[in-house]
Design a protein around this ligand. Structure first.
Ligand SMILES: [Zn+2]
Length: 200
């Protein structure tokens, strides 16, 4: 089992379409960003990558790369899911919280839930979509998303080497530790009082 967590924020901007959780929402302004500004899918991508310790959205899709300009953020989630599967895992469930002044997410929550579930190949009941308004936070001009994800090993999995540290037999680890201990030099002693040279 692996846990992942992601966070993202984008500023509202007029004249930009609003997309949250892969769903187009009718609103007077959208979220500015190098890609389509889908704050929820960005936090989800980071949560998935974080769960397998595979960096973050910026390392896989650098904003400096023109190919991601205006990109559909579904691409990011799909790539993160490819890495998750390659590492031998599947999504157990995901939970999310959106923080934004408007539009109201309630009427769209079920649509967003279904879309995210589809992207992660899970049932809608495995996707939590919650929303709050930014009371007293002063972030009315932005949308913020928090996402937590739980991954489970796929049956008959073959984990990648860097994810399989726990499978290394203990005697092997002991041997490595022994080697390291042997190569660390003993503290140097001076003639006066046996103090280390570093103790001035
Ligand atoms: Zn983002």
């Amino acid at each position: 089992m692996r846990i992942g967590y992601g966070w993202d924020s984008h500023e509202f901007k007029r004249g930009v379409p609003l997309r949250i959780g892969g769903v187009a929402l009718r609103h007077k302004q959208g979220l500015a960003g190098h890609s389509d500004g889908d704050v929820l899918l960005h936090a989800l991508t980071d949560a998935l990558l974080g769960a397998i310790a595979a960096g973050d959205i910026g390392t896989h899709f650098p904003p400096s790369d023109p190919q991601w300009k205006g990109a559909d953020s579904v691409t990011f989630v799909n790539e993160a899911m490819r890495l998750v599967r390659e590492a031998g895992y599947a999504v157990a469930n995901v939970d999310s919280t959106l923080i934004l002044a408007e539009p109201k997410i309630g009427p769209h929550a079920a649509t967003i839930q279904a879309r995210v579930a589809e992207l992660l190949a899970v049932n809608a009941s495995a996707v939590g979509v919650k929303a709050k308004t930014p009371e007293g936070m002063g972030t009315e001009k932005a949308a913020i998303a928090h996402v937590a994800v739980l991954l489970v090993e796929k049956p008959g999995r073959k984990l990648l080497a860097h994810h399989a540290a726990e499978d290394v037999p203990q005697p092997e680890i002991d041997k490595v530790v022994e080697q390291v201990v042997k190569t660390v030099p003993a503290p140097a002693k001076s003639k006066s009082g046996g103090k280390s040279r570093l103790d001035f």
